[in-house]
Design a protein around this ligand. Sequence first.
Ligand code: HEC
Ligand code: HEC
Length: 422
Amino acid sequence: MSDARDLTRIDVFLDEDPSPVASFRPPEAFELDTTKISDGPHKLTIRAIDNKGSVSVREIRFEVHNGPGIDVVGLRPGDVVEGKIPVLVNAYAGTSEENWEPRRAETPAPVPTWAWVLFLAVTAWAMFYWAEDLRPGPEFANTPTYASAARIAKAAELQAPVSANPASVRPAEGIASSSSYPPPANASQPAAVSWHPPELSSIHSGPEGDSVRLGRNIIAETTKCAARYVANDMKCGDCHLNAGTLAGASALAGVTTVFPAYSQRAKRVISIEERIEECFVRSENGKPLPYGGPEMAAIVAYMTWLSQGVPVGSTIQGRGFPEVNRPSHVDPQHGANVYADKCSACHGSDGRGVPGAFPPLWGARSFSDGAGMSHVEKMAAFVKANMPPTAPGSLSAQDAFDVAAFVETKPRPKFNPRYSRY
Ligand code: HEC
Ligand code: HEC
């Protein structure tokens, strides 16, 4: 393949139309408005010409589906039927809707008898274990096992804001805020140690190494490597910068040394898998990741590999985002000016970003309103430390809060409470 800089022009053609729908010097992103094309199969032809006159052509066949989806229950193609049969037909709006709700796409189907039998069997089994769990009565409440659970709960109640560590970076859960987020990961603050990302070459060969590599790819390219569980254009690495290795950008090192940890949101101790799932259903606006699956194992393997050298029970300096004090007055209107000056060049004046290059800040393809980043304090702290990437730390606390408050006024997907475990 020739280098992009040698190219003089790229032409993009739709179907058999001889005049290009887009023509530009690379690299550039362009928008294909599928609402202007009829539903059905189409072809995009991309023709690149370099300055020596050689031409390469790539054809991409795709299908447009903007019309309503149709679902039928009770009659399948080829069914042999007689008499009167009940047929249930549902139609739901297509992807052109801004805040598409999966719930409305569900066609209610009758529950088959076997499902009821299975449900009763599972309920009975669960009840049995639940009853078993209750067996150690109050007389055992002071044995070490039960007393320690009580201590954890007590410590959580008593939890006070942490003192800042020398780098003025403190665990993110320490950020003083009036909102219910962040949920502190731990009741007792773990010790913070300094940390450097391990060399990539230190990843082993063999199945464990492959798992670490897959985990890293999922963090960096979530929309590609874990596409089934993601419903927006966000990668973990868009918020956990440099594939989760950058201090002050919620680095993912040291998380496997402190989890399982107490979660303020859950009001109990949660596992690292549950914490990962939280970002999948809230930040990725997606679906829970199966705990026994290769993807979950890979993400935990990668975090464990990143955490090497961090003592068990300790976390790293620069966990979460550095603290930013909330200014006395936060002004989203001034934030709009900051956005136009300092952010829109990459994230777009419509906040949608550029797929594959700059992540969206709002709109249907962004994180949900249940995500940590949707809280003004969280975003201000992230932005102050990390944005714009060309000059991190250049914004004042006032500008960071104002721009975060401006972004907060914009629409984004609603968190689907069906996936909430707590
Ligand atoms: C829209 C931004 C965003 C995206 C995308 C995102 N996260 Fe997060 N994540 C956060 C924020 C914000 C926190 C809380 C940071 C804090 O307060 O320490 C967090 C916290 C975490 C934590 C706990 C860190 C700690 O120190 O306790 C883990 C683990 C995590 N995310 C994993 C993931 C994974 C895996 C993905 C991709 C599937 C992901 N995140 C995608 C924003 C995001
Ligand atoms: C030069 C391009 C550029 C500019 C300018 C820029 N960003 Fe970003 N932004 C990025 C990239 C790229 C990422 C993904 C993380 C990374 O790779 O550094 C990102 C990530 C983010 C995220 C987390 C991911 C998400 O989509 O929610 C937020 C929030 C954000 N930027 C806000 C801002 C704000 C606010 C400004 C203006 C003060 C700004 N950015 C300016 C390129 C930019």
